[in-house]
Every structure is written in C-alpha cells, then in structure tokens.
Design a protein around this ligand. Structure first.
Ligand code: 4NP
Length: 172
C-alpha cells in the first residue's frame, strides 16, 4: 500500500477568527463527503488575533449548522505556506491582493519549491461567482449566516473541482 500525501488547501481572511476558520471546517467537510484526500487549514493576512479561538459568534452560527470550529486557533500566514500548500483561497479581494504580493515574495525565497495556486473562495461558485465573502466582524447575525451560506456553496463547488482534478492526476 502506498501513502498518498493529501492535497493541501489553506483558507485565508484578514483576522482568521471569522471567515477563514468557518471556510476551513466547511470545506474539509465537503471534501470528506466526497471521500477526497484533502487537508484544509486556515490563516489570516494580519496578526491581529494570534492563537485566539474563532469569534464566539462564528462558533455559535457554525454550531447551529453542525460545524464545530471551537478548537481552531488563529495564526498569520507565512511565506513557507506557499511552499507547503497546493491551493490558497482568499475570502475577499483585499485578501487576494495581499496573497498575490506575498506569493511574489515567496517566489524569490522558495523559487522551485513554490507550489501554491492562489484563488478566490468563490471562484467556481455558481451562486456567488467572483464575489467576496463579506467581513462579518462589525456585522450582525445575518452577516454570520451569509458567511456560512457562501462557505457551503463555494466549498461544494471547490470539492467538485478538486474531485475532478485529483482523479485526473491519479490517472496520469
Ligand atoms: P475575519 O474577520 O477576517 O473574517 O476573521 C475579522 C476579524 C477581526 C478583524 C477584522 C476582520 N479585526 O479588525 O480585528
């Protein structure tokens, strides 16, 4: 039996306490449902909340849909993540811009070992295609529900894309 390393995805927002921890658990669940060998993590572009648990509102809204995000802890993205992860998903366009700048820096540092593609969380989502996952931090309950709606919809779309990609790579 050969060990197949998992395909690694990093979900990224600003603080890593609202959107990206939610995306991490929802995308992991969507991949597990399809039986994919995918491992998901999350990080923030900022270092505003190092080692903090997800925002209590995110925890509560996620729990109402059956997702437990309580054990996650925030961290800032590092250049090494561009060498370790296959795919890095930005929650909004500011995150995407910041990630593209970091990707250029990582290119200089890691050159041939750089592997991460950078994309929007909503890239393949038929319902929210190309849209940001709006930051709920200064918002209300409906904003946290919107994060979950988009994470579920976008994760289902990514899981379908990854199922195809991983299958065709396995055949090669
Ligand atoms: P997130 O939300 O990027 O979805 O984790 C935020 C969390 C904290 C802050 C901003 C956005 N903040 O300014 O502290």
């Amino acid at each position: 039996m050969t060990f197949q390393a998992p395909y690694k995805v990093l979900c990224v927002c600003l603080g890593n306490i609202c959107r990206s921890p939610t995306a991490e658990v929802v995308l992991q669940h969507a991949c597990q449902q399809r039986g994919l060998n995918v491992w998901v993590d999350s990080a923030g572009t900022s270092n505003y909340h190092p080692n903090k648990a997800p925002d209590i509102r995110s925890q509560q809204h996620a729990k109402q849909r059956g997702y437990d995000i309580s054990s996650l802890r925030a961290r800032q993205i590092q250049l090494a993540d561009f060498a370790n992860f296959d795919l890095i998903l930005a929650m909004d366009l500011d995150n995407l811009k910041d990630l593209q700048k970091l990707q250029q820096q990582a290119q200089q540092q890691y050159a041939h070992h750089l592997k991460a593609d950078v994309a929007l969380m909503s890239a393949h989502d038929p319902a929210y295609c190309g849209q940001a996952v709006p930051d709920p931090y200064y918002g209300a309950a409906q904003d946290f529900e919107r994060v979950l709606d988009q994470c579920e919809s976008s994760s289902a779309a990514w899981a379908a894309v990854l199922a195809q990609d991983l299958q065709s790579n396995a055949v090669k």
